[in-house]
Write a protein that binds this ligand. Structure first.
Ligand code: NAD
Length: 457
């Protein structure tokens, strides 16, 4: 049984029976059979179903946002934002699916023709995370379904209720049985799912779990795509607008209570503007409202997984012991032990865990630097490579610097954002492959190369 507990009220919301090896096998078998029909289903029909699902998300927006808030503790305004953003992504998929599937004729010459066409992968497993379940779920299973795959979706054990809603709404939208199946449970059920023969494994979650999944399916020779964590750096140059940069970066670090894969996790500031930046940054953080996630003004909610508090405490202790200055926060909120206070550590450096290991919570390290070169070297000095940003008034310099950063996404004067038109892709410890954009649709397809020669004579 999975116990779904509200991290704010601490009430048990629901107990949910989990899948067993037998039920997982049955769902896999159904998905395998359904795929042979689904891939033949005309694209227009597949698009109609997903368009109807989009309408259902819109019609149920408030209820779905409440549900997300109740199971992960996300402040209600941020839960609503996530649902609105999900609709923009569905629109992108619906608008671009036809061109992603279009056969390209790459040569047509004297009776010779060469073409590339696109086939679905087959049956895919989607093992997902809880921090943005509407985003990271639909980023995978919507293009997977539109391209003719069938999906076995294992939501995180911390966001099972939103996973169940996906299944209900897709069925209500007219999706045939077996095209999208829920696997309910935690690690054990995910591992059992990976024992089935699969044509693709799409994972969103932590780096360590990504490594285990990669090992678990190594013998299958199926496509593996991993969207993992980050330690996303930003550099503020001495020519940046200090107040605007500080406010923007405080939001980038603390939105979603710091539990975003692309949260700003470390900041390097040129020492010419360092003092001024820290002052604006700390003032902004002090203004964040912490508390009841159902209050529309709340910005910082409880942590979804209470055990992350130990990681945050250890990072603060380590940093302070090594000489960091605690500007604000630093521990569990005195009014509710499921919260961690928004925490700012300054004079940080790379001997400290807070500057090199993912925090995934409301905490940030700020380090002064003396030059662009020093900033770039530090930005590249972790195992991760998800996003990185530079704040400066000089676009040309920004582009030169961002070109030297080894990350899948780079930002100039912005942070913590995702566009459906651009690939969402990590490097090194942040993952393999892309979702979103045309590349993210093609992730669920395999090319077929055609050589066609007209008969001679
Ligand atoms: P997690 O790795 O703990 O769990 C993710 C999923 O994996 C869950 O469904 C879980 O049940 C399953 N799982 C756990 N152990 C497993 C195993 N050994 N084999 C197979 N499956 C297993 O991650 P989380 O706490 O849900 O999510 C937080 C992490 O996800 C952070 O590191 C965050 O940065 C990352 N994340 C990355 C992106 C991205 O797009 N790059 C997006 C969201 C979250």
């Amino acid at each position: 049984m999975l116990k779904v507990i509200n991290p704010y009220t601490r009430q048990l919301i629901k107990e949910i029976p989990t899948d067993t090896a037998e039920t997982i096998h049955k769902k896999w078998e159904t998905a395998r059979i359904a795929q042979t029909h689904w891939r033949q289903t005309p694209l227009m029909r597949r698009m109609e179903i997903i368009a109807r699902f989009r309408v259902l998300l819109q019609d149920n927006l408030d209820r779905l946002a409440q549900l997300l808030m109740s199971e992960v503790g996300k402040p209600i305004s941020q839960a609503q934002n996530e649902l609105r953003g999900t609709q923009g992504r569905l629109d992108f998929f619906l608008q671009n699916i036809e061109s992603a599937l279009k056969t390209d004729t790459v040569l047509s010459d004297k009776g010779n023709e060469e073409r590339i066409s696109w086939d679905p992968l087959g049956v895919i497993a989607n093992i997902s995370a809880w921090n943005y379940p509407y985003f990271v779920g639909t980023n995978v299973f919507i293009p997977a379904i539109l391209t003719g795959n069938t999906v076995l979706y294992k939501p995180s054990e911390y966001s099972t209720l939103t996973g169940i809603e996906f299944s209900k709404l897709l069925t209500q939208a007219g999706l045939p049985e077996g095209v999208f199946s829920l696997i309910l449970g935690a690690r054990a059920q995910a591992e059992q799912l990976l024992e089935r023969p699969l044509n693709g494994v799409f994972f969103t979650g932590s780096r360590n779990t990504g490594l285990s999944i990669n090992r678990a399916v190594a013998g299958q020779l199926c496509k593996v795509q991993l969207e993992l964590g980050g330690k996303d750096p930003v550099y503020v140059r001495d020519d940046a607008n200090v107040r605007i940069a500080a406010e923007s970066l405080a939001d980038g670090a603390f939105y979603n209570t710091g539990q975003s894969c692309c949260s700003v996790e470390r900041i390097y500031v040129h020492d010419m503007i360092y003092k001024d930046f820290v002052q604006h940054f700390v003032n902004t953080v002090k203004g964040f409202k912490i508390g009841d996630p159902s209050d529309a003004q709340t910005y910082i909610g409880p942590l979804t997984r209470k055990q992350q508090i130990d990681v945050l405490k250890a990072q603060v202790k380590d940093a302070v012991a090594k000489g960091a200055r605690l500007e604000v926060g630093g521990g569990v909120w005195k009014e509710h032990d499921g919260f961690f206070e928004p925490t700012v550590l300054t004079n940080a450096d790379h001997t400290m865990e807070v500057m090199r290991e993912e925090s995934f919570g409301p905490i940030i390290g700020i380090q002064p630097v003396r030059s662009d070169d020093e900033a770039i070297e530090l930005m590249n000095d972790t195992e991760y490579g998800l996003t990185a940003g530079v704040y400066t008034s000089d676009q040309e310099e920004a582009e030169v610097l961002l070109d030297r950063v080894n990350a899948g996404t780079v930002y100039w004067n912005c942070c913590d954002r995702v566009s459906p038109r651009l690939p969402w892709t990590g490097r090194r410890g942040s993952g393999i492959g892309s979702t979103l954009s045309m590349l993210g649709i093609r992730s669920f397809l395999q090319p077929k190369a055609w050589h066609l020669v007209q008969p001679k004579g």
